[in-house]
Ligand binder design. Structure first.
Ligand code: GLN
Length: 252
């Protein structure tokens, strides 16, 4: 039987704006293909082995919560998570969770949090927050370009180092830093984005990309994810696009 284990990191601390919705979307679209899913909640003090999970999820948190889990992430689980990233385990990290895999996060008041440093980027906070409904363009591995909708709320500006690719292009919103026109990052099978909780529920191509990458890693490069309908997800995205472009709510 095909089975994926999702590790939801720090669900009690990093849980802003319905980020758990991303885990629910992964479960739902995997189950549509008959893939069995188990979710492990992994928080401060919980053990972690590098073969425990196939997909890791780290949501967003406020600065205070990032300060609480930072020690466990960096000093307790850090080496294991770094080796998982290098070993192509799939990770989706959102906002605060995304920031924490980089080198450091400097809050706007100057307080500097040394982060995991698993991937070459850093984040500096500014007083003005970026709060927006967002639209991005994602180029999939097969060359197709899709519109991706999201919601961002962050003070941090993230700057990618050499060799770390942006995840998407900004069409509307601020993305990583409001300057370079890019949003998020991809390194191996690890993704970071500033898009919160309804990211995967409204963007089924991204959900399927993560599921397929995890299955290829576990079951071999020949694994092909079967097609699945995405009527609800597509309607939700169209409603969001309509609202963003025309300012009109649409019942779905
Ligand atoms: N505290 C971080 C920031 O403001 C992340 C916030 C979040 O996860 N929404 O940039």
């Amino acid at each position: 039987m095909t089975k994926l284990v999702i590790g939801h990191f720090y669900p009690d601390l990093l849980n802003l704006y319905g980020d758990r919705g991303n885990v629910l979307a992964l479960i739902r679209r995997a189950q549509k293909r008959g893939i069995d899913v188990e979710v492990k909640q992994i928080s401060v003090g919980d053990p972690l082995r590098s073969d425990d999970i196939d997909i890791g999820f780290i949501g967003g948190g406020q600065d205070s919560e990032q300060n609480i889990m930072n020690d466990d992430l960096v000093h307790v689980k850090g080496d294991t998570i770094k080796s998982m990233i290098e070993d192509n385990i799939v990770f989706l990290t959102i906002c605060g969770g995304y920031q924490m895999l980089g080198k450091y996060y400097q809050e706007h008041d100057g307080n500097r949090l040394e982060c995991l440093g698993a991937i070459d980027y850093y984040t500096e906070g500014k007083k003005e927050r970026f709060i927006n409904d967002t639209v991005y363009e994602l180029e999939l591995d097969d060359g197709r370009k899709v519109a991706v909708v999201g919601f961002e709320n962050h003070s941090g500006r993230t700057y990618l180092g050499e060799g770390v690719k942006p995840f998407m292009k900004v069409i509307k919103g601020h993305g990583n830093n409001g300057e370079d026109g890019f949003e998020g990052m991809r390194y191996k099978n690890t993704f970071g984005t500033y898009s919160h909780g309804s990211f995967l529920p409204k963007n089924p191509e991204v959900t399927d990309l993560l599921i397929e990458l995890a299955c290829k890693r576990k079951y071999g490069e020949d694994f092909v994810l079967p097609e699945a309908e995405s009527l609800d997800e597509t309607k939700a995205r169209e409603a969001a696009l309509n609202y963003i472009e025309n300012g009109k709510e649409q019942m779905i």
